[in-house]
Design a protein around this ligand. Structure first.
Ligand code: FE
Length: 335
């Protein structure tokens, strides 16, 4: 009897504790995020617990933990990763009229299992004094022979490149995408190596003339402790290519509610908060990204890179075409 009573009290107290927290698995690790989470705690009284790791590790952890996972919210980058989380059955549908109304349809899962919170563009970065910027028009054209030996880009096992190729597939189909990838391989200044920042550095140091990179890395390099990154990026500028009949390639970071979230209501509140007017600007600013909420401006630095027309294909297609993209990269011998 006593045992039962104690057990009952324990269960009760732990469920009260659970009701006042939200457990977040996130790939993000910025001071501004911490500030935002504090804002959420003050506003709602819900404590935010964050587990940080790389995207792949978080998905693996969620899979392994299964029903026992304490995770409520998954925050990760690249639509293909969110799609993967959904396909693996790690997320659940969110019923939120706020998110459905305010996050554009192309920036959320078609079954409402994840929503974009920030946007980034995958662009070309060139030397300020190079003049090559005038030749850059479309992504399609980057594969033309006039850029032979001039492009530096990271390897094809990277999700950002896979998503760019997925977008190409969505616009023009598999065959065209293969031809395009082969054209880019011919145009490479070197065998792919390093991350996006390494490509920007390479061009700054005279290897190739066009780097392909995500916009926020320019912000990260400008604000870097490492002088070699600051010096390299000071020589560079962004050029926004577009898809023929489309816009500049967009990718996202976003969030979903975990399948077995113990604090589902809090999880939805938390994601709604990150998509709120108050939070959007700061949340995007932390990683030099673009807010998803209409009417919210990017930071002064990000805005200084210029305006561009966004491609509006659905982020769902980046996930759907991912397997094809990986195969096409292989065929094209994009290392
Ligand atoms: Fe990144």
């Amino acid at each position: 009897m006593l045992k039962k009573l104690i057990l009952g009290t324990l269960v009760l107290s732990s469920s009260i504790l659970l009701a006042n927290e939200v457990n977040v698995y996130s790939v993000r690790h910025y001071d501004t995020d911490k500030q935002l989470f504090k804002m959420f705690e003050n506003k709602t009284g819900i404590k935010v617990n964050v587990v940080k790791a790389k995207g792949g590790a978080l998905l693996k952890r969620l899979s392994v933990e299964g029903k026992k996972s304490p995770a409520d919210v998954l925050i990760t980058v690249d639509a293909a990763n969110l799609f993967k989380a959904k396909t693996k059955g790690l997320l659940q549908a969110i019923n939120s009229s706020y998110l459905q109304k305010n996050i554009p349809a192309n920036l959320r899962d078609k079954d409402n299992q994840w929503f974009a919170l920030t946007k980034r563009a995958r662009v070309t970065v060139v030397k300020i004094d190079s003049n090559i910027d005038k030749k850059i028009t479309t992504y399609e054209d980057l594969a033309s022979s006039k850029f032979k030996g001039q492009i530096v880009v990271r390897s094809s096992n990277n999700t950002y490149n896979q998503s760019l190729l997925s977008a190409m597939i969505e616009h023009h189909g598999d065959e065209y995408a293969l031809k395009w990838a082969k054209g880019i391989v011919v145009n490479m200044a070197r065998t792919p190596k390093g991350n996006d920042r390494a490509q920007v550095k390479a061009v700054a140091n005279g290897i190739g003339k066009i780097a392909i990179a995500n916009t926020y890395y320019i912000g990260k390099m400008i604000n870097n402790k490492d002088k070699s990154q600051r010096d390299a990026v000071a020589k560079m500028k962004i050029v926004f290519p577009v898809f023929k009949n489309g816009g500049t390639h967009i990718n996202i970071s976003g969030a979903g509610v975990v399948k077995y979230a113990p604090n589902k209501t809090n999880a939805i509140k938390f994601i709604e908060f990150l998509a709120s007017k108050d939070a959007q600007k700061l949340f995007a600013q932390a990683n030099f990204e673009y807010p998803v909420l209409k009417g919210i401006k990017a930071s002064t630095l990000v805005s200084s890179w210029g305006t561009f027309k966004e491609d509006i294909i659905s982020m769902n297609s980046l996930g759907q075409n991912n397997a094809k993209a990986v195969k096409i990269f292989d065929k094209a011998k994009w290392k």
